[in-house]
Each structure stands twice: as structure tokens, then as C-alpha cells.
Design a protein. Sequence first.
Length: 417
Amino acid sequence: MELLKRNIIVVDLKSFFASCECVERGLDPFTTPLVVAGSNKGAITLAVTPYLKNQGIKGRTRLYEIPNNVKYIKVPPRMNLYIKKSKEVVDVYLNYVAPEDIHIYSIDECFLDLTNYLKLYQKTDYEIAEDILRDIEAKTGLTATCGIGPNMLIAKVAMDTEAKKHKNGICKWTYDDIKDKFYPITPLSKFWGIGPRMELKLNRLGINSIGDLANYDPNKLKQLYGVIGYELWQHANGIDNTKICDINNHQTKDKSISHSQVLFKDYNGDNVKIIIKEMIEVLTARLRKSNYVGRVIGFGLSYSRNEYGGFYHSIKLDNGTDKDDVIYTECLLILDKFYHNEAIRKVSISIGGLEEKTSEQLNLFEDISETKKQDDLNETIDTIKKRFGKNSLLKGTSLLPDSTAIERNGKIGGHHE
């Protein structure tokens, strides 16, 4: 496999929300004990200043968990301010590279591809990174850390793992650093893209470090966890051929269907699975009605306003499907990899790469008769619901308190977006 060799940097703004509040107040975040949090005593802090972090206070902790002997300033979150400051930082990036070479990963984190600019500026990627960080501080008052690598993954892990240890906040890794830098990382959840649930699953296989993962049989991982399993093995070996320009130029020309639902209360990683199942049933019914199967499964969560953030990722399947269980399994793999126990307020699922269902790729290990029975059952259920209404047939889980199926089915068109 040919390895991607670009000049990628990723910039992360330090303690972004807290630093923005300090800058607006003319305070130094490195000497000011400030936390951003709601008024509730049990509220989770959205951010704390580097000063408090140096005192052992974590960025996301409940207010009552902060020791009584630690005095601090508490301010409410102001998202309009953070969006404004984030745009100011992006304007700095645009002074160096074109929009197609920028990937905004989150409100406080951004990837830049400097490959085509080294000759223009007659500088190395490291030198350009130094210039960018100086400009960010001069123009916005914010400080940042930066990782540099030949692909997005290596740059990101370099930043997360080592950049903050350097005086200028910049760290550069290459493919030659994989064994020395990647392999020792433990626990697994410290590595970009591995959440606590996936960490537990891998631990059960005897995989306790990134080195263990890198040396595990990739075929077994793919058998166990599908596409994500193989991707985890690639990432453990520093392999990531994603190009920023491809991300930005990607436009879904294929037909797709999607469904999103804003939840009436905070959900977690356990009870949200009921919602995921119900939403998939809506989507697969639409697939069958149109005689389509999909090859690209997209899944994302948006968190409660008290926590902010979320994620959205997709998986490409080897064969198109309209099967509930296949799509549900892929969604759970994404959930396990990227969800870290935040309060959930919105679920989004999409099925893309649609193609007409003219034939079906069968699994040699599946009972063909059982597959046919399931198809016939789905067709019967679809027919009954079409004739007598969506609530005419319900699964037992639809009667559970966390289900929204009955309420959603009572509304015209559901909550499609």
C-alpha cells in the first residue's frame, strides 16, 4: 500500500471557551482561575483555563467536584462569542492557504494541508506552523498547539500526545516515528478515534496498547468489527490516506436518504440504541418502498446544549443492503468508536450510495431460506403499515418509556429532515 506523503498540520486552540472568556475580559488564561459552566451546581464545566488545568482540575468536571480550597471565577457559556473568535482564527488560516486546503474539524480545531505552499513561502511546514501560531495569538489573543505529519492521523496524534510538552506547542512526526511514538500509547482510549467501549472490546482480545493493535491480525479485526476493525488496524500503523481536498470536494452525487431526530430529553449510549433501531426501521422501509439498497451508512450524534459538540461519520459497505440488522451493527460500531458518554439530544442517520435492488449479494455463511423469510416478513409489515397506519404494528420496545416511535408515527411524515 502506497503511503500518503503530505505536509499536514492540525491546530488546536488551548482551552478554547475559557480562553475566549479571558481574552474578552482582558485576563491572562495562564494566570486566571476561570471556568465556563451553567448555573446548576451539578453542571459540567465546558472548559477551564490552563491555569486551573495545571492545578489538576480537568476540563470536563462537575462544579461540585472542584476542591473547596480552589477559588475560581465562573462564567456562563456564550456560543456567539466562541463562534466569532473561531471565525477570526479561520481568517488567519485563510491568509496562508486556500479554503479547499482547510478542514474545520471542530469549533477549536482545524487541519491544513501545506503541501502546495512550501515553495511559495520558501519555508518548511514547521516554520509555517510557527508563523500561523504567532499570528493567531497576535490577532485573536488565543494560544494553540500544533501537530505536523505526512497525513491527518499522524499530525493529530502528534498534537494530542506530544505537542503540549514542547515550549512552542509544536510537534512533528513522520512514518519513522510510528513504532516509537504510536506503539507505546496506552490506554487505547488515548488514541484518536478509540472510545471507552471499543477500548473494552479490544482489551478482551488482549489488545492493551496501540502496538498490540498494530500487530494484531487485521482480517480477524475486520471479521469482528467490519470496516472499522480494519481501519483501526491501519490507524495503529499510521496509515491514513484521507486527503483534505477530497473531503472538501466530496459532494454526494449518489442518491441518499436520511433521518434525524431531536430528542425530548437527554439520552445516553444505552437508551439511545432504542432510538437508533426505530430510525433505521423508518429508513429501511423507505428503501424497500423504492426498491433500493445502500452502500454508505452515515451516523452521528449531537450532544445536549450543556455539553456542546457531537460527531458524524460514515462507513462504506462492500455490498448494498436494506437490512435493519446490518445497518444497526454499523451504526453501533461508529457509536462505540466516537461516543464518550456525553448527554445526547439529536441522532442523525443516512443511507447513501443508493442503487436499484436488482439482485442480492448473499453471504455464504447465511441461511438463504432465512434471508428470504426476513424479506417476506418485511414486505408484509410494510404492507400492513401502509394500509392501517404506522402504529398498527409495533415492536415491544416501542412501548418502553425511552421510545419515540408511537409519538413520531402520529405525525405526518415523522421527523424527516
